[in-house]
Design a protein around this ligand. Structure first.
Ligand code: NAP
Ligand code: G4F
Length: 322
């Protein structure tokens, strides 16, 4: 068992919850940064809430980050907090930049000034590849972001590289392709679909309004992806890694599998609504994670169809209890 400690920003989110579970299993003392809200939502970490020590803070407030780091004295810092929904990044572009871009400098700099020996993980994204310059995308593929979110993540990525090169910090950036789970937020396409399929099956909803069904994504399971985050910080030297499945599927395939799993045809329920079509789309993401497989020994356990059916089953179980 480890006697290390870790500070996780974004602990209430999908990835934060799986990472906290993983680190607790490994014997870490886990600190979770939470921001003050009037109605705290802890659904994803309810089952482990007693094992986590919470520290108050916000990526927008550097003083609070310095205090959180001074209090927790972490060996490892995982920066998972972000305004993470691409759609909202067009309606709140400034806030997205402040949290998802400048927020990274706020925490990196707080680590550099108060705990420079701590290892740092930045949650970078395949959205940085945007209008892809090559397929499949790997660590050396040039970035061409297509949303304010993608632009902010490119900044977060490069400032992490810059602190590593300027100050010799152990800072890694994980370029993760889409990863999903029953804990995914309801506005992201996978969970939106599996929640709707469950509601339609249970007679609680009549139709599902969607945007672009032709977009292709490389979708994996979040539980597999947090293992890669941890592996990056256990290496002898810091580096950046693509984490992906190496398979791509259209949104239509996702919808087809989800409805098919409960014996329904998506064509009877899906309505295309321009409201969900984005001002600029990322048409195709497909990752090449050869480097992570070879250097980290990372491997995938859950495939695409298994992921979608797991999410449908989970949503049916949740909604059946209401
Ligand atoms: P998520 O479920 O949306 O969680 C985001 C987390 O960030 C929440 O805990 C949220 O806290 C926190 N947060 C937002 N603004 C904050 C602020 N100003 N200060 C402190 N905390 C703040 O996201 P996720 O899917 O777990 O993703 C984790 C990270 O990986 C994000 O940085 C995301 O951009 C990145 N990423 C995700 C994927 C993916 O497919 N999931 C792929 C590549 C990269 P509240 O509960 O208070 O809102
Ligand atoms: O599920 P999405 O909203 O995820 P997106 O935009 O790929 O971003 C996610 O993955 C990134 C990694 O590549 C993360 F960095 C980011 O934080 C987030 O987790 O949309 C996926 C695709 C898009 O092409 C979108 O246009 O689904 C398409 N789509 C079609 N109809 C829809 C809908 N997306 C949403 N959210 N809702 C729809 O009704």
């Amino acid at each position: 068992m480890s006697n290390k400690s870790a500070l996780i920003t974004g602990i209430t989110g999908q990835d934060g919850s799986y990472l906290a579970e993983l680190l607790l299993e490994k014997g870490y003392k886990v600190f979770g940064l939470i921001r003050r809200t009037s109605s705290p939502l802890m659904e994803n970490i309810e089952h482990i809430v007693k094992e986590i020590e919470f520290v108050e803070g916000d990526l927008l407030d550097q003083g609070s980050l310095v205090q959180a780091i001074s209090k927790s004295k972490p060996d490892e810092v995982y920066n998972l907090a972000a305004q993470s929904f691409v759609g909202t990044s067009w309606t709140q572009p400034v806030l997205t930049g402040q949290i998802t871009a400048i927020g990274v400098t706020n925490i990196l700099d707080a680590v550099h000034k108060t705990r420079p020996e701590a290892k740092f993980y930045q949650a970078s994204s395949s959205e940085m590849f945007g209008k892809v310059m090559e397929t499949p995308q790997k660590e050396t593929t040039p970035f061409y972001p297509r949303s304010p979110y993608g632009v902010a993540k490119v900044y977060g990525h490069w400032i992490t590289v810059n602190y590593r090169e300027s100050f010799d910090m152990f800072a890694c950036s994980g370029i993760l392709f889409n990863h999903e789970s029953p804990r995914r937020g309801l506005e992201f396409v996978t969970r939106k679909v599996t929640d709707a399929v469950a509601r339609i099956k249970l007679g609680m909803q009549k139709e599902l309004r969607m945007g672009n069904l032709d977009a292709k994504r490389d979708w994996g399971f979040a539980g597999d992806y947090v293992k890669a985050m941890w592996l990056m910080l256990q290496q002898a030297t810091p580096d950046d890694y693509v984490i992906a499945t190496g398979e791509t599927h259209t949104v239509q395939e996702l919808v087809d599998i989800a409805f098919g799993h409960v014996g329904l045809s998506w064509r009877d329920y899906v309505v295309i609504d321009p409201k969900f079509v984005r001002p600029a789309e990322v048409d195709l993401l497909l990752g090449d994670c050869t480097k992570a497989k070879q250097q980290l020994g990372w491997k995938l356990e859950v495939g695409f169809e298994q992921l979608v059916t797991m999410m449908v089953e989970s949503d049916i179980a949740k909604l059946s209890k209401l």
